[in-house]
Each structure stands twice: as C-alpha cells, then as structure tokens.
Design a protein around this ligand. Structure first.
Ligand code: V47
Ligand code: SF4
Length: 371
C-alpha cells in the first residue's frame, strides 16, 4: 500500500508501528498541526493527562575536554581562562545545595579532562553518594563511559559496575547527537561512534540501570538522518526496554563552531517532539526540555506529544554557554503554572518515574506513576 495521510492516520489510531518510509513522509509531507494532533493521541494513550516534572540540580564538574565537537560552546582547553575543575568540597557544597532545594536528582555530565584518571570520576560519584545517599545520581553520557573504558582498558560493563557500586543510579541520554557517521564526521569526528553509544546503553540496561536517549537536531543533519536515528533507538528499546525517556535537543548555535547556522524555529521544535512521539512507540515518555526549548514552546509541546518538561534545573552551563536565553532554573510554582495552563495535570516524579510525595521540606518516593 502506498503511503498517504490516511494510511498513517489509520496506523496511529490502531496503535501500529510506523516504518522508516512513514517517518520520512511525516517529515516531508505532513503539516505541523496534523503531526501534533496524531502525537497527542499517542501521548494521551500512554500518559493520559499527566505532565511530569522533577526537582533536580545539575553539576558539570569540569569543562576541560579532549574533544572539540563543533556544536559545543561549553568545552575549554586546559590553559584557557575559562577552564575549571570542581574540588571534592565544591561537589559537597553543590550536593548540600541540592538537599536544601528539595532536589531528588543530581544530573552530572562534563568534559573529558585528559589529566584526570578514572578514579577521579568514580570518586566524584562516591563523594556525592556519601554526602547525601538519598539523592539519585544520573551521571555520565555514553561518551564519558566510552572514555573511561579507554582510560582503564576495561569493558563497558566493568566501568558501569564500578560507577554503580560508587552510587550511580542511571545514565542520561547525551552524546547520541545524530547516529549517522557522515554527520558525526562533521560535528563530533573523534568522540564515541554510534555503535559505542548503543553498546554502552545496552550494557547499562543489561546491568539493570535505566537510561535516557537524545537526538541533537537543527544543524547539518537531514530528515533521513533523524528518522534513522529514531529507528535505531526504537530497535534497541525493543531488545532491552531500558530507556525511560527520549529528549529531542534543539541545537543552540551561539559561541559554537557552527554559529553560522540559525537556531531551529519553534515550528521545527514542535515537529521534532511530535515526530519523536509518533516513531518511538516503545518509549513511555517524551521530554520537552524547557531549558533548551524555552518556556513557551515547552508548554505548547505538552499538546504535541510531550508528557514531561524536566525539572527545576539550576546551574545549567551547556546550553547557556551556547546562548540559551532561558533562566538557569525555574521555581516549582512557575513549572506548575506552565503545566496547568496547558490543561495538564502536574505530577512530580523522581528519575525513575515514581511519584514524589512532599510534606513541607521532607519528601518520600511513592509508587510508579500509572495512568
Ligand atoms: O550530548 C551540547 C547537547 C547534550 C549543545 O538524560 C547541545 O535527562 C544544543 O544529554 N546546543 C548533553 N545542544 C545534555 C543531555 C541532556 C539534557 C537534558 C536532560 C537529559 C536527560 C540529557 O547536550 C550533548 C549534546 O547533544 N549539546 N552543546 C548546543 N550548543
Ligand atoms: Fe567535549 Fe562533550 Fe563538548 Fe564534545 S559535547 S566537546 S565531548 S564537552
């Protein structure tokens, strides 16, 4: 049967999987409001009217990095005035700040500092865990895990076990960018390739660690690369079921090696959210990361397939170095207002999508959120 709006609509309503060709049709022939309407059907089937948020804090322990991804405004050379490295005391201070602000998660990613040994990175996780054992540590992208395997000459599973024993709770989704090799050669030539990214997330899932997945869009990639990326993630999720959420990441060009490329428009952002929701039929959640999208688009995205807006992130550097104009953090009242105004029911979740119950300054983790 040839592909048409009708054939796709039939599949969406019947809950059938969309093919690569369907994905390309969505990209090339379907207008944005139509994509949003279909994606909303899937979103409400999976998550009802809930919109999740969490209370978290970011820690980027160093910006010194051996790699030079052309889309990155965050990295620094060792000798640059901009370079920094967190000491153990600075890490403890950040954790105590997280505790005081009621955060349930600390999100840790940074550069790959060529003078730091693997033990420095493991120790960082240990210091966080020992300072406050209740906080969930979501740390290290697959690119970092790949670097640790390179440093130690050990398999990914060994690296992940060391981290887990030190207190690691799950992996964030960064470093995926666009899986296609010809695109990677233009934007992140030297770092972990797509096969390594997939192998690391598979190894994490096999150890029982959950992880997230991302896609960086709006730079030199084309529609076929985005659909290929989504289908590769979907295939891995079929095998392991270990992904929790997918986060489409809008490219921020300022201060990067690709500053000549205009920032993706709100229309493109909403299309990416909707197409992700439609293609990733085996992912429970799609996150509209307000830090990157801005509050307005993140709010509208809750009707275009997204069911999560991430958290009250504070101390975010990666996108703010690249020109993000959003605040570094939002008070929870503001997140609740965004969600309620969009007609959704806010649910505070922890990293593993369990309900968070609050009683004044104390919080407890409840049951997994079910629709
Ligand atoms: O891999 C870097 C991206 C990622 C830029 O798992 C940029 O919950 C846009 O993965 N413009 C790291 N993007 C951050 C990340 C993430 C973020 C939020 C939540 C989660 C999660 C994960 O940031 C990198 C890269 O794709 N990035 N520079 C830039 N100029
Ligand atoms: Fe380094 Fe990550 Fe920036 Fe690439 S994106 S240069 S790996 S900090």
């Amino acid at each position: 049967m040839s592909i048409s709006q009708q054939s796709i609509e039939d599949k969406v309503y019947a809950g059938e999987r969309l093919t690569v060709e369907d994905g390309l049709f969505l990209e090339e022939h379907v207008e944005t409001l139509q994509l949003g309407q279909w994606a909303n059907v899937v979103r409400e089937r999976k998550n009802g009217n809930f919109a999740y948020y969490n209370t978290n804090i970011h820690l980027n322990p160093t910006n010194v990095c051996v790699y030079r991804c052309t889309f990155c405004a965050f990295r620094s050379d060792l000798k640059s005035d901009k370079s920094y490295v967190f000491s153990d005391d600075m890490v403890r201070e950040r954790v105590m700040e997280a505790k005081a602000s009621g955060a349930t998660e600390i999100h840790v990613v940074g550069g790959l500092h060529h003078l730091k040994k693997f033990e420095w990175y493991v120790n960082l996780v240990r210091v966080i865990h020992e300072t406050w054992p209740e906080i969930h540590i979501k740390a290290w992208t697959a690119v970092e895990i790949n670097w640790f395997a390179h440093l130690t000459k050990q398999p990914y599973s060994w690296v992940l076990e060391q981290m887990r024993d030190a207190g690691l709770g799950s992996l964030p989704g960064g470093g995926a960018e666009i899986f296609d090799q010809s695109v990677r050669e233009q934007i992140c030539e030297h770092k972990a390739d797509s096969q390594s990214w997939v192998d690391i997330h598979r190894a994490a899932h096999e150890l029982g660690l959950r992880s997230n997945a991302t896609m960086l869009y709006g730079h030199v990639e084309a529609a076929q690369h985005r659909i290929d990326h989504l289908c590769q993630l979907r295939a891995l999720q079929d095998d392991t079921g270990g992904f929790q959420t997918f986060i489409p990441l809008a490219f921020h060009p300022e201060n990067t090696g690709m500053a000549y490329i205009p920032k993706p428009t709100g229309n493109m952002d909403l299309r990416m959210v909707a197409i992700s929701r439609l293609m990733l039929d085996n992912f429970d959640h799609i996150k509209a990361y307000w830090i990157m999208l801005g509050e307005a688009i993140a709010q509208v995205a809750l009707g275009f397939g997204a069911d999560d807006i991430d958290g009250t992130v504070v101390h975010e550097l990666i996108y703010h170095d690249a020109g993000a104009k959003t605040p570094e953090g939002l008070p929870v009242e503001q997140l609740l207002r965004m969600i309620r105004e969009a007609g959704r029911e806010p649910v505070e979740r922890d990293t593993l999508y369990r309900r968070v119950h609050r009683d004044g300054a104390r919080w407890t983790i409840g049951e997994p959120v079910m629709r």
